[in-house]
Design a protein around this ligand. Structure first.
Ligand SMILES: [Zn+2]
Length: 540
């Protein structure tokens, strides 16, 4: 009896004991343009130690979606790591029309910044346009800035936005030299290990044999044949087919051609491993963040589309990079000492011309004709004038000075535009800024447009295309819409503090940040969503 009482006492006290523990390192992996169905479609081709290991030992959200538009790279990375949407973090697109300067602005451009590691302007970047702190900033504050935050990617925006404002470093590729560079927002010269890595010319070494398929080409049964009219052509022979002569393509088109191959993922993984070793990530009691964004799948996806052998080969090889990274982390840091998550910054549409040939209704939106006819319509109904200052990211920016000088109501002009837009082929809906600032009916487009609309930066009207329609050339594909094909991405957690399991209920992309905050016992990033994915977290 005494033993039983003692045991009850023990279990009762353990119920009230909170463990203030945290991992030493968080690794946030973003695969640019990864659709959830790439997990299913290529499953039999994956190794046991990459995606399958993360899913078998970790926690997978099978029904995770973006909760705003546009579904682009800059906003995607900002939203994953701030736990907020463009409405609050301000990264409303990759490039947007800046109302104050009447010019287009790039999401991580910084005219005051200086390049570090290159003589050209590709390093004039910083997170200055990001209006919210990230997980990296939250970790920094929680450790009196003794923990480290480092971002690595091919694309500047995919390295800079995740790592945060107070990051130690963000490294991205200079397409002129193939080197990893940074800006003086972080440091005044590259660390020795990064300069050494650059001097070893890994891009040239990886590219020298060209891009061949990893498996025999007839094994790519989850894709169309190699030569289709739905893909962009880079080869001199005029066909979108293997092999790709990378050394020649690099000579002709810069290292962007290297990034348009799976070796772009290899070099990012190699550089990230060097960062772990040389920056002692996960080595002390101050929690560190390493963000690794694989940009090449997006560049390849835009060129060849989701049904191509090029994309299948990219994911079979990416699985091996993920396996290598997990092996390195487990060996150096130990699985019990780090938490990893893997997600995507957006997904992608099927190539419209491909679906159209299979009788599925899709098409290409004629932007130039739309704008021409819209301007003519406004000139005839309201009088001659430059009524539109800009159209970008499916948003219309009105000339408010002209509207005021003519003593017109803005809503009247917007009603004219909406009536015209709804009569134009391919338009599904159009919402005005005033509609986006009021409670809306529970329509998915309205919900996502509202969360993507920032009062300081966004336009006066957002246009929605019909499902399957896009503004793009007839080869390759893009993304940006509110539809499932652009919003549905994987979210997988693995390692310290993570349950084994699956979530089938809908999850929103902004729930990653608070989940990591809870797992790491740190404060939420300032503007973060406060709905962690509870089932993923081991309860203390
Ligand atoms: Zn893209």
């Amino acid at each position: 009896m005494r033993i039983l009482v003692f045991a009850l006492f023990l279990s009762a006290t353990s119920l009230h004991t909170f463990a203030q523990t945290q991992p030493k390192l968080v690794v946030g992996i973003v695969v640019d343009q990864m659709r959830m169905d790439y997990i299913y479609r290529y499953w039999d081709k994956y190794s046991e130690n990459g995606f399958k290991k993360l899913m078998n030992e970790g926690f997978t959200c099978k029904n995770a979606h973006y909760n705003y538009i546009p579904t682009y790279t800059g906003p995607g990375h900002a939203s994953i790591f701030t736990g907020a949407t463009p409405m609050n973090h301000g990264i409303i697109a990759n490039d947007w029309f800046d109302k104050a300067s009447d010019k287009s602005l790039y999401c991580v451009s910084d005219s005051l910044a200086k390049s570090v590691g290159t003589n050209n302007e590709q390093g004039k970047m910083s997170p200055s346009h990001l209006l919210a702190p990230t997980l990296g900033d939250a970790f920094k504050i929680s450790t009196q800035f003794r923990g480290k935050s480092i971002g690595v990617s091919i694309k500047d925006r995919a390295a800079i936005l995740p790592a945060g404002h107070s990051a130690d470093a963000a490294y991205w590729m200079d397409f002129e030299t193939g080197n990893f560079i940074t800006s003086n927002h972080y440091m005044n010269s590259l660390p020795k290990w990064a300069s050494r890595f650059n001097s070893e010319k890994h891009a040239d070494e990886l590219a020298k044999e060209g891009w061949q398929t990893l498996l025999a080409i007839e094994k790519y049964t989850e894709s169309t044949e190699d030569n289709t009219p739905y893909e962009k052509v880079y080869n001199k022979n005029g066909y979108p087919v293997f092999p790709y002569d990378l050394p020649q393509l690099i000579k002709d088109k810069s290292y962007y051609a290297f990034a348009n191959s799976p070796y772009g993922n290899t070099i990012v993984r190699q550089f990230a491993e060097q960062a772990i070793i040389n920056e002692d990530l996960g080595d002390d009691e101050f929690i560190d963040l390493l963000t690794i964004s694989f940009s090449s799948p997006d560049i390849i996806g835009h060129a060849f589309g989701p049904q191509s052998i090029e994309i299948e080969d990219t994911y079979i090889r990416l699985d091996l990079e993920v396996a290598q990274l997990i092996a390195s982390l487990n060996e150096r840091i130990g699985k019990e000492n780090y938490t990893l998550f893997l997600t995507a910054d957006h997904a992608a549409a099927q190539v419209p011309s491909y679906l159209k040939d299979h009788k599925i209704p899709t098409n290409y939106f004629e932007t130039d004709r739309f704008l021409e006819e819209l301007k003519a319509h406004l000139n005839s109904s309201l009088g001659q004038g430059r009524w539109l200052l800009n159209y970008s990211n499916q948003q219309i920016f009105l000339n408010h000075a002209l509207i005021a000088s003519k003593n017109l109501e803005t809503d009247l002009v917007l009603d004219e535009i909406k009536t015209f837009a709804l009569s134009f082929k391919g338009v599904a809906n159009a919402l005005s800024s005033s509609q986006l600032q009021h409670p809306l009916p529970s329509d998915q487009f309205a919900f996502m447009a509202q969360r993507g609309w920032n009062p300081l930066r966004s336009g006066d009207m957002v246009i929605q295309f019909l499902a399957g329609w896009m503004e793009y050339g007839h080869q390759g594909t893009t993304h940006g819409s509110s539809y499932n094909y652009d919003s549905h991405v994987p979210i997988i957690f693995y390692g310290f503090g993570i349950n084994q399991g699956v979530e089938l209920e809908p999850v929103e992309i902004t729930q990653i940040a608070p989940t990591i905050s809870i797992v790491t016992s740190t404060a939420f990033p300032m503007l973060s969503d406060h709905r962690p994915i509870s089932k993923a977290i081991i309860q203390p």
